[in-house]
Design a protein around this ligand. Sequence first.
Ligand SMILES: [Zn+2]
Length: 255
Amino acid sequence: MSDKAGKSVSGDTIEKHLAVTLDINRFRDYCPNGLQVEGRVEVAHVVTGVTASLALLEAAVAVNADLVLVHHGYFWRGEDPRVIGTRQRRLKLLLENEINLFAYHLPLDAHPELGNNAGLARRLGFRADGRFGDQDLGWLGYSSATTAGQLADQVGHALGRTPMLVGERDQPVGRVAWCSGAAQNSLDAAIAAGATVYLSGEISEQTVHLARESGVAYLACGHHATERFGVQAVGEHLAQSFGIKHTFIDIDNPV
Ligand SMILES: [Zn+2]
């Protein structure tokens, strides 16, 4: 939340600014990054949230938002493109209220300061010193925790949610790799990069076996819980840059 309220800026200016800041053209992504649904021209109040769910949009309408900025927007590759059901209700609410929807997916995971993985590292006190995996989305570094159990406790405290630990609590922590969200398929790449502990949002059945058989401790910390940092950092960045109001709205999600 920023108190520098009162000013406004065009949505177009915000889009151009974030395209450069988040370097959106560098990524091969599964959805459009930037403006997804056009609303009113002038923006005085930005609401950020993890996912453009109906609950988030209703909360944004209630606080008179001009722009909603999320990590998980719409129009994902392979989706049914028809405007029916859930999609119709979400789009109708946005269009009726002339609210702009902006979404930033991979650029917001990857950004060195404003991104989800950068925020996760700051929150957990990790010292980052490298990247790994597809499009360099994964991060590498070190933690102050000496055992996997200690690290799991730190994560639970920092994110307000107890992570699922696959491995032994007394397993030593060496090289730490992390990637927010549904990055369970990057475990292979993390192991190849020398990780002894891997943190991500989600975990799958087969990931458990891979973790056990490789001896790498896996901490599933929550998809939503690990992806709340990027949008908040971008919202604060916009508030600082343009003097507009920013409100982060957390619609809880147990996954
Ligand atoms: Zn995600």
